[in-house]
Design a protein around this ligand. Structure first.
Ligand SMILES: [Zn+2]
Length: 279
């Protein structure tokens, strides 16, 4: 019986295999497969370029909420959009008990862009993960409450969304947790040997460290300082606090400490008191 069936199959199969119309079909299928592979390769190659540009929705969030973006000239806006796009698309965004909305990604990226406008090629690549908490959270290791944090060993920036929004709701009080944490990330990034380091001018940085050490000593002696007391904690905190004043009270900073302001301007390659970029 099996032999009969084999014979039947070979008999019925044979004429089909030799149908003159099957050749073009195979060729068409092959052509389609090749076209799909070419389209995939093209899209994959194109992706990094496409990702440098923000979507219309992202741009409208920037235009609506980001004060630093609204204040820029049109040609400077393009630069900011490129930095924001790099952060929005290249960072691993995670929510801790909160969904990560586009507004969160765009606004935290805009904060990074505000800091990096003078160094537009930087993406703080060591910090590839950004974790957003709904509000202040307790650090399990220290037991303390935090508004934000930078963990260089894990390449992670943590931020409380409620505190982040608060920072930008009061633009003149020199308290801005977004700028503070991203300034910490920038400070570490400059030291981590990863091809994106030593971007802060060594000459300016050396002078700035001398000025900072003197001011930290003054704060520790409880002498009057332009900066709030927390700046006296250590050099890294001093830098982060100075960045908050730099962007939120630039005129007062420049008047109170012109040399220190000029050094920070040189390091960040921008002068917010005069609303100009220095590169
Ligand atoms: Zn800090």
């Amino acid at each position: 019986m099996r032999n009969d069936m084999s014979a039947f199959l070979s008999l019925t199969g044979a004429p089909y295999a030799e149908e003159p119309t099957s050749g073009p079909w195979i060729a068409l299928l092959l052509l389609l497969a090749l076209l799909s592979m070419a389209a995939y390769a093209w899209l994959t190659t194109l992706k990094p370029w496409r990702r440098r540009w923000l979507s219309a929705e992202h741009r409208s969030i920037l235009a609506k909420y980001a004060i630093s973006y609204q204040r820029l000239l049109p040609e400077q806006r393009k630069r900011m959009e490129r930095i924001v796009a790099a952060f929005v698309y290249e960072k691993d965004w995670q929510g801790a008990g909160i969904g990560v909305a586009d507004e969160m990604k765009v606004m935290i990226s805009a904060c990074a862009a505000q800091l990096l406008m003078g160094h537009p090629r930087l993406v703080l690549k060591h910090f590839d993960r950004i974790i957003i908490y709904p509000d202040s959270y307790r650090n399990r290791r220290t037991g303390r409450m935090h508004h934000g944090e930078v963990r260089p060993a894990a390449g992670t920036i943590l931020i409380s969304w409620d505190d982040f929004v608060n920072g930008y709701a009061h633009t003149r009080d020199a308290h801005n947790v977004g700028l503070h944490e991203l300034a910490h990330a920038l400070w570490f990034e400059n030291m981590i040997d990863n091809g994106e380091h030593h971007f802060l001018s060594p000459r300016f940085l050396a002078d700035w460290r001398r000025e900072a050490a003197a001011e930290i000593a003054r704060i520790k002696r409880r002498e009057p300082s332009f900066f709030r007391e927390y700046a006296g904690t250590n050099e890294a905190e001093f830098f982060a606090v100075a960045v908050e004043y730099f962007f939120e009270q630039p005129l007062e900073f420049r008047d109170a400490m012109p040399r220190h302001y000029a050094l920070l301007s040189g390091m960040l390659r921008q002068d917010p008191a005069n609303a100009v970029l220095l590169n």
